[in-house]
Write a new protein. Sequence first.
Lengths: 209, 78
Amino acid sequence: MGFSDQSNDKVTEEQLVKDLQAGEVRSFEQLANIYQKKIYALSFNLTRNATDSQDVTQEVLLTLFRKGHTFQGKSAFSSWVYRITLNASYMKLRTRKKEPNVSIDDLLPSFNSSGFQQEKIKDWSENTESLLFDNETREVIQKAVDLLPDKEKIVFILRDVDGLSTEKVSNILELTIPAVKSRLHRARLFLRKKLANYFEEYDVRKEKK
Amino acid sequence: MICCKECIELLHDYLEGELSPEINASLEEHFLDCPPCIAFVNTYKSATQICKTTLQSKDIPDAVKSRLKEFVDRKKNN
């Protein structure tokens, strides 16, 4: 879901943004209420840290408060908020020790010279739903997403987790539509491969019982 | 006939329903004869779905919510 998908909400939001541009303080509170959950969730998915996400949310709200009147409306207000949130989250990450990069290319599927799949593919898709409430599984999934390279991770979070459209993501990240699609596809291939090891082993463990 | 490599390259557009009817039909024809690709598509969809579900359930903790409220109130009243 996007920030506000109902047309009524859109009208209200447009008015609130106009009021904010005009320096109306009350609209700031309402916009803060609309956006803070999204800002926090996006920041948390990038930083994986509650304190950092709270700081980022405050910084973004402060920017809206201080600079709301400078928003020119060249792109959607929500895109502007997303960009400020991304920048603030990346600033937090910059102060941390960087994890070694995982090469996404090493995890892409391999094919023989005729273009057929080389590895044996097991179908573990039926086990996944029931395992979602298991803490170990959630940790494995979280770790897999954390390992995604930044370029692919942000597209995956905005597009698949937040449910924004390809066009919206291309607008926020200033990427072409094919670039958004290609990064999303690479992210999904990476996650599939990372999780395959875990779920295939789970199948083997279950068979042994 | 279309090969596994081409099918997997087109998977994003296939799942989004963005392929032309002809290309869509050739992918489905390939899938009929290729259990590894079926397994690949199922696990690709499944991995996407479970990652999405795991990451989506992030509510603001109550303590953070009240600190943000204090912050907004302070700004508003300044």
